[in-house]
Design a protein around this ligand. Structure first.
Ligand code: HEM
Length: 133
C-alpha cells in the first residue's frame, strides 16, 4: 500500500529535510550574513567581524544546536540559550528580526513552507529563553 504524505513525512526527520549537516551549514552561513546586514540587530554581530575564528566556533555551535534540535546527531557543546544570551537584554523586536533572517534565508535556499513552519515553531519555543534574560 502507498503511504500517505503525512506518514512519509513522519518517517523523515526534520534534520534530513534540512539537508543534514551541509544544509544546516548553508542556513547558518546565510542567516549570519543576513544578521550582519539587518539594521535591527547588526550592531550585535558586527563587533565579531574581526574575530573570524570565534565566529567560526559560534557558527559550529549553532549548526550543532540545529542538528540536535531537528532529530539529527546530538553533538551540541555550546552554552544553553539562557546562558548564551544572558545580559544582552534582547528585545522581542530583535528576536523577531533574527528569526525572520533565518526563515527568509531558508526560503531563498528553496526550503518548502512546511519545513520553514516547523523551524519557525522551534524558534518560537526558544523565545522565552532568549529575550530579556
Ligand atoms: C532566534 C533564535 C536564536 C537562536 C536559536 C540562537 C542561538 C544561538 C547559539 C546556538 C549561539 C552559540 C552559543 C555558543 O557558542 O555557546 C548563539 C550565540 C549568539 N547569539 Fe543567538 N540565538 C538566537 C537569537 C539571537 C538574537 C535575537 C540575538 C541578538 C539580537 C542573538 C545574539 C547572539 C550573539 C551576539 C551570540 C554570540 C555570543 C557570544 O559568544 O559572545 N541571538 N545564539
Amino acid at each position: 500500500m502507498t503511504q500517505s504524505l503525512g506518514a512519509q513525512l513522519s518517517t523523515v526527520t526534520l534534520y534530513e529535510r534540512l539537508g543534514g549537516a551541509g544544509g544546516i551549514r548553508r542556513i547558518v552561513d546565510g542567516a549570519i550574513d543576513a544578521h550582519m546586514r539587518n539594521p535591527v540587530i547588526q550592531h550585535r554581530f558586527l563587533p565579531y567581524e574581526d574575530r573570524p575564528e570565534y565566529v567560526e566556533e559560534v557558527k559550529q555551535h549553532t549548526c550543532d544546536f540545529f542538528a540536535a534540535g531537528s532529530d539529527g546527531p546530538d553533538r551540541y557543546r555550546g552554552r544553553s540559550m539562557t546562558e548564551t544570551h544572558r545580559g544582552m537584554d534582547i528585545s522581542a523586536r530583535e528576536y523577531e528580526a533574527a528569526a525572520d533572517d533565518i526563515l527568509t534565508t531558508m526560503a531563498q535556499l528553496g526550503y518548502d513552507g512546511d519545513t520553514r513552519a516547523e523551524v519557525g515553531e522551534i524558534l518560537g519555543s526558544l523565545k522565552e529563553e532568549i529575550i530579556h534574560v
